[in-house]
Structures are given as C-alpha cells and as structure tokens.
Design a protein around this ligand. Structure first.
Ligand SMILES: CC(=O)N[C@H]1[C@@H](OP(=O)(O)OP(=O)(O)OC[C@H]2O[C@@H](n3ccc(=O)[nH]c3=O)[C@H](O)[C@@H]2O)O[C@H](CO)[C@@H](O)[C@@H]1O
Length: 366
C-alpha cells in the first residue's frame, strides 16, 4: 500500500511554521513514514524555513485575512475562490489523506479546499485566543487540537504545543559554554537575548539598541535578533574588552540562543512562550499591541507563575530596561528564582500526540 499522504498548511510567520515542522519531524520518525508536504505562499517565511529543514513546499495563492474590516474585504471572496480551486487541484494531485492546518492565511484556503475534496481536516491552534482561520476550520474539522486548556474553540482537545526536539529536549546549563562560543559571546557574563518573534519587532529593536551602552557598561552582554527585514538596526562596535552586543538577522539555532541566555526580552507569540517554558528561561514579555489581544493572554500564565515580567509596548523604553532589567540581570539569585518558575506545565510530547491524531484521522479515511 502507498504511504499515507499528509498535507500541512502552516505558512506565514514562524509561529505557524515551527509547530508545523515539529509535527512533520514527529510524523517522519514514525515507522509507517507518511509522505509529508507543506503548503505555503511565495511571500511567507516558509519559502526559507521549510526547504532548509528538508520538507517539500508547494505554493498556493495567499488569502490575506484583514485584522479588522476594510474595503479590502470586498476583494476577499474572489481571491478565496482562486486560492481554494488551486489548493483543491493540489490536494487531488498529492492524493491527500488528511490536511492539517495551523491557522493563518494559508490554512483557510486549505480547510475550504479539503472540505470540497472530501479530505478530512485536523486543526491545531497555538494561541489561547483563536484567530479567524481556525475558528472557521474548527467547524469542518474531524479533530481540533489546542495548545492551552479551555481555548474557546469548537470541540478543542488539549494537546499542547509541538516543539522542535532540539528545544523540547534542551538542557540549558549543559549547552551554555558551547552556545556562548557559537555566538561570539563571553563565557561568564550575564546574557540578555532580545528577539521580537520570528519577524523582529521595531519597538524592541529601538529600546534595546538605545540601552546598549548602559547594558554593556554594566557588564551585561546581549544577543539580539533584529528580524530578517530590519537590516538598518545596528549598534556601534563595543571597545575591546567590553561586554559584547551581537546583532543577527535571524537565529537558526534558537536552542543555542536559549542556552546562551539568562533572560529574554521578547514578544509573547504562542510558540515563543511555549519554548521559553519548555527550556525554563525567564522573560520580559512585550505583547504585540495589535491583533485580538492573544499575546497578552499567552504570556499571563507564565508571568502569574513568577516566570517572567510583562511590560506594555507603550511603556518599553531604554530607561525601563535600565531601571528594571539591568538590576535583574546582575542579580543571580533573582534570575534563578525567575528561571525556576519559568518552567511551566507544558506538554513535552505534544508533537507525538498531534502526530497520533493526524495518523488516526488519515487512516480512518482509507
Ligand atoms: C505578528 C503575528 O502574527 N504574531 C503571531 C505569530 O507570531 P510569530 O510568528 O512571531 O510566532 P511566535 O512568537 O509564536 O514564534 C516564533 C518562532 O520563531 C522562532 N524564531 C524566532 C526568532 C529567531 O531569530 N529565530 C527563530 O527560530 C522562535 O523560536 C519560535 O519558534 O504567530 C504566533 C503563533 O500563532 C502568534 O501567537 C502571534 O501573535
């Protein structure tokens, strides 16, 4: 019998792509070895991330989902029809046994095309507050997996967040020396990791670079991922012997970045929060101020458990970093107390659990 054909729709930004790739890894580890194909669009981060991790990527036309009603909504039905028709042809060509969607503008046409083609759907929702595509997908799905218990999504079952095994199995202390060397950081300095989700965040970039002198003068070193498109974000070179401030576009080895750091300054996308909890790294979260408020909801459980701080985007400034983060970074006892509380109750084998669901649904259709 030919292998099961599993089609994964999780394009856009890292928060939809990383759980898709973690599931792809779990599926390909299975003895029955299903054929895995990822769907994406030409303008998402999947064009780089999916082939780099060794998976096939097929492109479909994007269906932009406006965050609020605009005139652009009037053009959506035509775009949806075209995208759904092309996606349906692709599902036929791939002889798809199941379509798994992770939300966002690639998932919606995939859900609708699967319904037309009679292919069963599995939905995975990362956030405590679901987005539009998954609210629609959940209505037609055979199974709905959620990351956070009690997520308000039709028939949601708690599965957790599928994470890369390099991150879910990370022992930060054991990898610290190697990690710091990889990023040209000093071995023994307090270390701040700055990143604004997968795309970078302008307000974090501004505040952290403006606080560079104060941080490095106090002996704190910084690893800062500015985002692939933000190449204008720079910091003047530090004098010889001073604490380093290392700026990169994107961290391919996020596991080593977490191992190098004592504290993160970051947004609170669902995958970011789940990864920090899994590795026990405390964070100062700056939720994205737009959207449906999902990033604040994502961060609250960790912050309430004592594993991090929350600061509004409008309040993030170099002086806040100096007044709040600097004393914390130079206080090892406070840092380890935060770290102990940062390791929240995630689901360590969420990738395997989601793979079980996906294969059950795929087999049921044969
Ligand atoms: C603007 C936007 O739409 N944000 C959403 C998006 O965030 P976004 O795409 O930023 O996703 P997350 O913050 O959840 O995850 C980012 C992922 O990128 C990885 N990473 C990041 C930086 C880097 O240099 N290298 C790297 O590998 C992280 O390790 C993580 O795996 O999807 C999330 C999950 O649905 C949502 O919660 C966010 O609200």
């Amino acid at each position: 019998m030919s292998p099961l054909s599993v089609v994964l729709a999780g394009g856009g930004t890292g928060g939809h792509i990383e759980p898709m790739l973690a599931l792809a890894d779990a599926l390909t580890r299975r003895a029955e070895g299903p054929r895995v194909t990822c769907l994406g669009t030409a303008r998402g981060m999947e064009t780089r991330l999916v082939p780099a991790r060794g998976y096939d990527l097929r492109l479909i036309p994007p269906v932009p989902l406006p965050r609020r009603p605009t005139l652009d909504l009037l053009r959506v039905p035509g775009r949806v029809r075209r995208s759904v028709a092309e996606t349906r042809a692709l599902l036929d060509e791939l002889a798809a046994d199941v379509v798994v969607g992770f939300g966002g503008y690639v998932a919606l046409p995939a859900y609708l095309a699967a319904r037309r083609a009679g292919v069963p759907v599995v939905v995975h929702e990362q956030n405590a507050l679901p987005g539009l595509a998954n609210r629609i997908g959940a209505r037609i799905a055979a199974r709905v997996a959620v990351t956070v218990p009690d997520t308000p999504l039709h028939r949601g079952e708690h599965v957790g967040m599928p994470l890369r095994t390099a991150i879910s199995g990370l022992d930060r202390a054991a990898r610290r020396a190697e990690a710091r060397e990889t990023f040209s950081l000093d071995a023994d300095r307090p270390t701040l990791l700055v990143f604004g989700g997968s795309q970078g965040a302008a307000s974090l970039n501004r505040a952290a670079t403006a606080a560079a002198d104060a941080l490095t003068a106090a002996g704190v070193q910084v690893l800062h991922a500015r985002g692939p498109k933000n190449t204008d974000v720079t910091v003047p070179p530090r004098p010889a012997g001073a604490a380093p401030y290392v700026v990169v576009d994107y961290l391919e080895r996020m596991d080593l970045a977490y191992a190098a750091a004592d504290l993160a300054l970051c947004r609170s996308g669902a995958v970011t929060v789940a990864e920090l909890s899994a590795v026990g790294l405390p964070a100062a979260f700056v939720p994205l101020p737009i959207g449906n408020g999902e990033q604040r909801r994502n961060a609250l459980p960790v912050v309430e458990a004592g594993g991090g701080l929350l600061v509004d985007d409008a309040d993030l400034s170099p002086s806040w970093i100096e007044a709040t983060l600097l004393p914390l970074l130079t206080d090892p006892a406070a840092l380890s107390s935060y770290a102990a509380h940062a390791a929240a109750a995630g689901v360590p084998d969420a990738d395997e659990r989601l793979a079980d669901i996906v294969l059950e649904v795929a087999r049921g259709d044969r």
